[in-house]
Design a protein around this ligand. Sequence first.
Ligand SMILES: [Zn+2]
Length: 76
Amino acid sequence: MEFTHGGEAHLVRPSPPAQVDDDTWTRFLYMRDNLKGVYAERWRHARGCGQFFNALRDTTTDHFVAVYKRGEPRPR
Ligand SMILES: [Zn+2]
C-alpha cells in the first residue's frame, strides 16, 4: 500500500512518562475517539517519501475531506 494508516491524529504524549500516573498513561496508549464521521488521522506515505501527514477522513464514506502537515491545526 502506498499510504499506511497511523491512527488518531493530535494525540499529546504525557510528559515526563515516569511521572505520569497509570490511568493517564493507559488513556494515552489505548483510548481513542473512534468517531463515526469526520475523523483526524495520521497517515504515512510509506512507499514514497516516508513522511507522516494528517488527514480528515469521513469514516462513513471513506472520503478524505482535507490533508495537512504534521504540527498544523486541524482544518475547520
Ligand atoms: Zn510523500
